[in-house]
Design a protein around this ligand. Structure first.
Ligand SMILES: [Zn+2]
Length: 295
């Protein structure tokens, strides 16, 4: 008892003696909502390592990915966070693409009356999968669709195959902000994001994204320091895809896939990037699939 008291006391004294900056930073909260700087009504809701954009338009809320895979509490928190800001009805949920880590768990939004929108390939995929935790989209589009609600215009654009066959870009033209999930990792290497991707077409869609009018990019997984992405980040990912592709192509065409490439090839130019160690083998495997197999 005395020992516990003493150690508590000494910890308190130690904390008091240290300047604030030297103390351990407060633990990152499990979830949080931030208004995007310079906007009146655009928010990012983050739960652990996944995030979603929502917009309070004055005539209803446009929400995006429910981010509730294996964690219905994230969806409950998402709706609570919206409710702390506005009592406007949640009119839409827009899916960035069909992967469950982003879109599972939307039922509470459905129950609240939201209309679900996704690319038509996402709906086709979800209808086949019949995942019990994922709401099937109500409405789809092929190339583009514009949603106007309250004071907000939100453009949905399909740039072709990339990280999936149904990833879309959501663009706020007035704010020059885009929300793009998984096909533009901000400041980190795509690793698992490669597994079911279309690497060559991905490069094409990055060029189309770079040609669009925007300044800041909200990613689907937070970047270091929660910063938003820029066109430089998008260009960096395009450069990375082209580099990795070229590096694997030669040994792949010489018959070195899968094992030799996966076990021996390194991409030293990117060794300092977050996600390199964890993602390298997935990157090599995907490009072996492309250049060593034709897939
Ligand atoms: Zn994904």
């Amino acid at each position: 008892m005395l020992r516990a008291l003493l150690s508590l006391l000494s910890a308190a004294l130690l904390a008091a003696a240290l300047p604030a900056a030297a103390q351990a930073p407060a633990a990152r909260p499990q979830f949080e909502t931030r208004k995007v700087e310079g906007t009146d009504n655009v928010y990012v809701f983050r739960f652990l390592n996944t995030q979603s954009m929502f917009i309070v338009t004055g005539d209803g809320v446009i929400a995006t990915d429910p981010i509730g895979y294996g964690r219905p509490q994230a969806v409950a928190a998402y709706i609570d966070e919206i409710r702390k800001i506005t009592s406007e009805p949640i009119k839409y949920v827009i899916y960035s693409h069909h992967h469950f880590d982003h879109i599972a768990g939307g039922k509470p939004f459905k129950d609240a009356g939201a209309t679900f929108v996704a690319h038509r390939n996402a709906k086709a995929r979800l209808e086949r999968l019949q995942d019990p935790n994922t709401v099937i989209p109500d409405e789809t589009f092929d190339r583009s669709r514009t949603i106007r609600l309250g004071n907000t215009t939100l453009e949905l654009t399909y740039l072709g195959l990339n990280h999936s066959d149904n990833s879309i870009v959501m663009r706020l033209p007035k704010e020059k902000i885009v929300f793009a999930v998984d096909f533009v990792p901000v400041g980190s290497l795509p690793g698992r994001a490669m597994i079911d991707s279309y690497p060559l077409e991905w490069e094409d869609s990055m060029k189309k994204l770079l040609a669009m009018d925007w300044e800041r990019l909200i990613p689907g997984h937070p970047a270091a320091g929660d910063r938003l992405g820029t066109k430089k980040d998008a260009q960096d990912i395009l450069d990375f895809l082209q580099y990795a592709s070229a590096e694997v192509k030669v040994p792949a065409q010489a018959g070195k896939c899968w094992d030799t490439v996966e076990n021996e090839l390194k991409l030293p130019k990117y060794a300092s990037w977050p996600g390199y160690e964890a993602g390298l083998q997935m990157v090599l495997r995907r490009y072996c699939g492309l250049w060593g197999r034709g897939t």
